[in-house]
Design a protein around this ligand. Structure first.
Ligand SMILES: NC(=O)c1ccc[n+]([C@@H]2O[C@H](COP(=O)([O-])OP(=O)(O)OC[C@H]3O[C@@H](n4cnc5c(N)ncnc54)[C@H](O)[C@@H]3O)[C@@H](O)[C@H]2O)c1
Length: 425
């Protein structure tokens, strides 16, 4: 992977960023990273990297999850989203939002400065491309981590995250994954039913993530191609992994969970783009259909689409030898009858942060690093099968050396890859 960052921000970047409170230069360097041994009422300091929609929500989840959490540092590539996050969080959490101006960090380097600060926990919420480098830096600096999904966009990125996961275990540092359905009470209860045999042995799984399109940020005259791509990261595979990795990972992660987190042996698939063909949509596909097969013959049929005006459905359908289940509907029908989860369903986003902080305070450190890496690789494997039109094995994908990083991180030109054509890639 390209080392992050390769260059200092240019003068133009500095000028643009100088509207932020402070541009990442004043955090004291050389602080010894602190490992939390928080007990009782101790304050836990949290820093957010990636102040977009998910990042600002995650900071809110963290503060709701534990009244003694304070958000004390913010980092983003750009000043604008950081300022919006400042204004939202300071209004919503006047007693827990405690970010001094000098702890507002902007630019490619902002994450490095965050690691030198005295925060105990970092929330990694940037576009996925940056996750392996940010996670590595966080664990090296002795920080506990909340790590949004997906965790990489290519094989080298996944291998890096697996390495870092091992390091986190050695150092007793937390990695809680943003694969949020693993923390949802209804989904957990259905998974338990299935594991307890309510539908017999799993035969097939069907994963649907059929939705409309997402946002697009209009190009501005003074943006370089790099800035345009980072701001429209969804539509560039090196940044997002394509929507199968960025969004459908939620479904593929549930298939993995159902299969005991054992990876599929191989897959093939079909995909392309039909409705998002203009230049503004980058080079990603708008639909994928994949057949994953495990060594024991179980198959997952996975469908994902981002096309507006079509049939929508987001659900996991599981068929077993004695019944069937719809995971998101929390519904099971087996030879023992019908079962539906009727319990309370607090926000899964709050629950994942509750688990993180309770783990920290009790010493039961959570590490979700392996499953978040494997589910990410399953999604990358599906993408590659569809881009190339070939059958891809897990081992090929796990050993892949294809690195999607740009040659350098500079505010200049970045090549826009051609849309993949199966059979020719
Ligand atoms: N678990 C969920 O349900 C869920 C929901 C939405 C998004 N997500 C994930 O969260 C992540 C962020 O998504 P989002 O919707 O908030 O996107 P977003 O575009 O709203 O926010 C991303 C932010 O990261 C900043 N950024 C980009 N590169 C950076 C870098 N190198 N260093 C620091 N900041 C950088 C951007 O400027 C932006 O403010 C993605 O991985 C996405 O898949 C998860």
């Amino acid at each position: 992977m390209t080392e992050l960052p390769k260059t200092e921000p240019t003068r133009r970047t500095f000028l643009k960023n100088s509207t932020a409170a402070v541009v990442g230069s004043t955090l004291t360097t050389g602080l010894v990273p602190k490992t939390v041994h928080a007990e009782g009422d101790d304050i836990i300091k949290v820093g957010l990297i990636g102040c977009g929609g998910r990042g600002s929500s995650a900071a809110g989840n963290a503060m709701r999850a534990d009244p003694n959490v304070k958000v004390t540092a913010l980092a983003d590539m750009f000043a604008g989203p950081l300022k919006s996050t400042q204004s939202v969080l300071s209004r919503q959490f006047p007693n827990q939002y405690a970010v001094e101006d000098e702890n507002c960090l902007v630019g490619f380097d902002a994450y490095k400065e965050m690691m030198l600060s005295d925060v105990d926990v970092v929330l990694l919420c940037t576009p996925p491309h940056f996750r392996p480098a940010h996670l590595k830096a966080a664990i090296e600096a002795g920080k506990h981590v909340f790590c949004e999904k997906p965790v990489a966009v290519d094989g080298p990125g996944v291998r890096s995250v697996l390495e870092t996961t091992k390091k986190a275990k050695e150092k007793n540092l937390t990695i809680v994954s943003g694969l949020c359905w693993r923390y949802d009470l209804g989904v957990k209860a259905v998974m338990q039913q299935i594991q307890d045999g309510a539908i017999g042995d799993i035969q097939t799984i069907q994963e649907n993530y059929l939705t409309g399109g997402l946002w697009h940020r209009t190009r501005e005259a003074d943006w370089t191609e790099m800035e345009y791509q980072v701001r429209n990261w969804l539509y560039f595979t090196w940044l997002s992994g394509d929507h199968i990795v960025e969004q459908h990972i939620h479904s593929l992660d549930k298939a993995m969970w159902l299969m005991g987190d054992k990876p599929p042996a191989r897959c093939f698939g079909l995909g392309g783009r039909q409705s998002r063909t203009e230049e503004k949509w980058g080079h990603i596909f708008d639909h994928f259909a994949i057949c994953y097969e495990w060594e024991n013959g179980v198959k997952t049929f996975a469908f994902t689409r981002q096309q507006s005006g079509c049939h929508n459905d987001v659900e996991d359908y599981v068929v077993g030898t004695k019944g069937k289940a719809s995971v998101l509907k929390n519904h099971v029908v087996g030879d023992g009858g019908e079962w539906k989860f009727e319990g309370q369903k607090p926000s899964m986003y709050d629950l994942e942060h509750k688990a993180l902080f309770e783990g920290l305070r009790s010493g039961n450190i959570i590490n979700n690093g392996e499953y978040m890496s494997y589910s990410t690789l399953m999604a990358i494997m599906g993408r590659e099968a569809c881009y190339t039109g070939k059958q891809i094995t897990w081992d090929e994908m796990m050993n892949s050396t294809v690195d999607l990083s740009p040659p350098s991180y500079e505010w200049g030109d970045v090549k826009i890859p051609k849309v993949s054509i199966p059979g020719r890639a």
